[in-house]
Design a binder for this molecule. Sequence first.
Ligand code: SAH
Length: 224
Amino acid sequence: MFDRFGRSGRDTDDPDDGDFAAARERMVQTVSHRVDDERVLDALESVPRHEFVPADRRGNAYADRPLPIGDGQTISAPHMVAVMADRLDLEPGDDVLEIGTGCGYHAAVTAEIVGPEHVYTVEYSTDLAESARETLTALGYGDVAVRTGDGRNGWEKHAPYDAAYFTCATPSIPEPVREQLRSGGTLLAPVGTSHQTLVEATKRADGSLDRSEHGGVRFVQLRG
Ligand code: SAH
């Protein structure tokens, strides 16, 4: 059985699972040269990335690079997911807003760190949101809240957030997302269009953002 993005049904007795586990271990090893936070590396070790990518990409699921996930979108490279989780310094119980669910992989990694019931993710594409919800549920991350909509509006209902991050590049930090961050909370986003910079911003008590830049990055553009 294949869904609309060519993913196969889940089968926990899959004889390939051992191979995937070994490949995942090697991937974590590679990522550990850039990120040494054990909580982040454990999360990468726990999430079956091959279950999130289209069936014909599974063989490359544990290569440290982005992969197409359908609808012209890509799943970020594992080291980028790790770098972002590390930068956000996520703690168990933190409430986190994600803009750009995609296939749900990054949300699952975040869920491993903070707990699935603390992850709120917004996806522009109805098909991707639906598919991500199915995958997350099938893999035990069903408490991750997925909403279809424009992430530039954030998700008011569950605010304030301890952390928020974008998995698509935004020309600037949208006002509602800044507002929905708690004071002292951290935001991470690729900011720019053709040239993007990873921007980290901490919300000051007066509501303004204390920004720092962390190098050039390449993400798909925010839509809408
Ligand atoms: N974190 C994802 C990667 C997603 S790629 C993963 O692990 O797979 C970026 C995603 O942002 C795409 O799915 C795209 O549809 C979504 N996106 C683009 N513009 C958006 C917007 N305005 N609001 C919410 N999501 C958006």
